[in-house]
Write a protein that binds this ligand. Sequence first.
Ligand code: NAD
Length: 250
Amino acid sequence: MSGLLNGKVAIVTGGTRGIGYAIVKRFLEEGATTVLCGSREETALKALAKIKEEMPDAKVEAIWPNLSDRAAVTAEFNAIKEKYGSIDILANNAGISQNVSLFDYKDEDFDKILDLNIKAIYSCTRAAAEIMKENGGGSIINTSSVVSINGQASGCGYPASKFAVNGLTKSLSRELGKYGIRVNAVAPGVTRTDMVAVLPEQMIQPIIRNIPLGRMAEPEDVANAFVFLASEMASYISGAIIPVTGAVVI
Ligand code: NAD
């Protein structure tokens, strides 16, 4: 532990696996009290048990509010604030994707992507920013994607949502700066998680061949950018969208 986040209180959405799980672990290693959000009680408690096994002394707990329900999110975040005194860091990381042709999209699936990838960021940010504003500041970090630059050739709802994440990031950095709240995003390239495991090999292999650093990102590569942006080392960085892509151009 190097203590970059000592004394801080952090919330990480989508913290049960993949990139979010790596963020939770890195935040804990850096000394933050960390609350992981899962979509369901069962998966949230399972991830919590795994972390406690790996890091017995970690100051960690789990919650599972419906992220699309602003009242539920606000109640949970306020309870965290009551318990620990503040919320200093929010990682808006939960996200889903779907690789489907425009003509095969189900309307409800398009809505689901927008609901989690955009509206949940709005709800969580609003609840956390109320608390950060009172406490004199904070750091909000959103998970964007490399596809927020040029889109992707199928599954248009996902890149559309990530373009919106960049829009929220830049707009909120301008609106919340006066409260000492920094808002940034990390835009990962292809990262070894369940989200990528479901994609067809013929889609993934050509992308990997084109990555200048010669490999997929590991979740920890992405989590390290979150640690940096959450820490005082990034005290004058706000409104940035940091690519963690191995220099790939998609
Ligand atoms: P993952 O599928 O392994 O994890 C997704 C996380 O989101 C899980 O913790 C899951 O519980 C949570 N989640 C899913 N549906 C939810 C819901 N309805 N309510 C609350 N939480 C829900 O994927 P990942 O690769 O770790 O993705 C994390 C973030 O990184 C996402 O925002 C994703 O868009 C982004 N991203 C991933 C890649 C990649 O290549 N893996 C690349 C760019 C961006």
